[in-house]
Design a protein around this ligand. Sequence first.
Ligand code: DX5
Ligand code: ZN
Length: 215
Amino acid sequence: MTIIAPSILACDFTNIQSEISVIESSPKTWLHLDIMDGHFVPNLTFGGPVIKRISQITKLPLDAHLMVTNPKFHVDMMKDYGIHNITFHYEAIDDCLELIKYAKQFYPSVGISIKPKTSVSEISKDILEEIDLLLVMSVEPGFGGQGFIEETYEKLDAIKPLKEKYKFQVQVDGGVKNNNSQKLVTHGADNLVAGSYVFNGNQNDYLSNIESLRE
Ligand code: DX5
Ligand code: ZN
C-alpha cells in the first residue's frame, strides 16, 4: 500500500490538534512537516518548538522535510522528538554523506531530497547506498499549492533501477492529487506527500481525500 504523507502546511494552523486528530486513524500515513528557513527557500514556516509539541499529540510517524541551509542544526535539535524520517536537501550542503551517517544515529529513517532541476545522476553511489528514502520534488520547494511538474515521471523512471539496487523508498512531493497519484506509483513512487489535496473541504473529507490518492 502506498504511504501517504499529508503536509500540515495546508492545514488550519489555528486548529492544528484537531486537524491532526482527524487523520490519526488513517493506515500507512505519515505526517509531513515542511520546515523552511527563509534562506534555502524564500518562505518561513515552523521549527523545533512547534514540532516538539506536535510529536506529543500524535502517534502518526513524523516525516520532517528540511528546506534549510543548515540541516545539521535541525537534525541535532529534533533528535529526541521521536521523528520517524528526516530528509534534508542534497543541494543544501557539501558533505551530504557525512550528515546522512550522522543523522542515522538518531533517526530510524534518513532521506535526501532533490529539487526539480537536480539530476539523480549527480548523486554518488555511496549516498544511494546509505539513504532510506529519496524525496523527489515535483514542484520548486517553498510553497504549497503549486502545479505538478510533468518531467517528474522521467526522473522517476531513471530512479527505478537505482531504487531496486540500493533499496531506498521513493517519495514524491508537490502538486500530488488523485489525477496523478496512480501514475506516480506506476513510475515507482512508494510514498506521496500531499498538502492542499488532503486538507481540502472540511474535516469530514480528509480521510477520503487520503484514500482517493490510493485508488
Ligand atoms: C513544498 C513542500 C510540500 C508542499 C506540498 O515546498 O515541500 O510538502 O507543502 O503541498 P501541495 O501538496 O499543496 O503541493
Ligand atoms: Zn515537503
